[in-house]
Design a protein around this ligand. Structure first.
Ligand code: HEC
Length: 113
């Protein structure tokens, strides 16, 4: 039987491993699954209009403009009122992540569809 001290040592070793932040900003491949989880796809599809414009449309709108990233992130972080395709208005969904790197990756993903 293992001593309590050894067990404790194991527990500490494990929690040390688990608490190491295996963290880096989202990569391009992480963005789509994340937006799905956030419910963005309910209103935005890749290339057809739902309650909101498609990502292709958004990319066309934002491509190659210097202030696009700021505009996209403003829309995602300040809950502005937006008009849905059916004519009703509601506050735009605020994205959950507050990480600057993630937000940049998301804005870039949207601009490059
Ligand atoms: C309830 C439906 C709905 C949900 C959910 C939603 N959006 Fe939107 N989104 C809209 C509508 C409607 C617009 C506004 C279109 C317009 O006014 O031209 C919009 C606009 C945008 C724009 C463009 C802003 C601009 O300045 O033109 C971006 C980028 C965007 N959404 C991304 C997202 C992301 C990312 C998510 C998930 C966090 C999300 N949306 C969730 C409906 C939605």
């Amino acid at each position: 039987m293992k001593s309590i001290a050894m067990k404790l040592a194991q527990v500490f070793a494990m929690s040390a491993v688990l608490s190491v932040p295996a963290y880096a900003a989202m990569s391009e491949a992480d963005v789509e699954p994340y937006l799905k989880k956030q419910g963005c796809m309910k209103c935005h599809a890749m290339d057809k209009t739902k309650k909101g414009p498609s990502y292709k449309k958004l990319a066309e709108k934002f491509k190659g403009k210097p202030d696009s990233e700021a505009k996209i992130l403003k829309n995602l972080t300040t809950s502005p009122m937006v008009k849905l395709e059916d004519g009703t208005e509601e506050e735009h969904k605020e994205i959950e992540t507050k990480d600057k790197g993630d937000l940049k990756a998301i804005a870039n993903w949207i601009m490059t569809r």
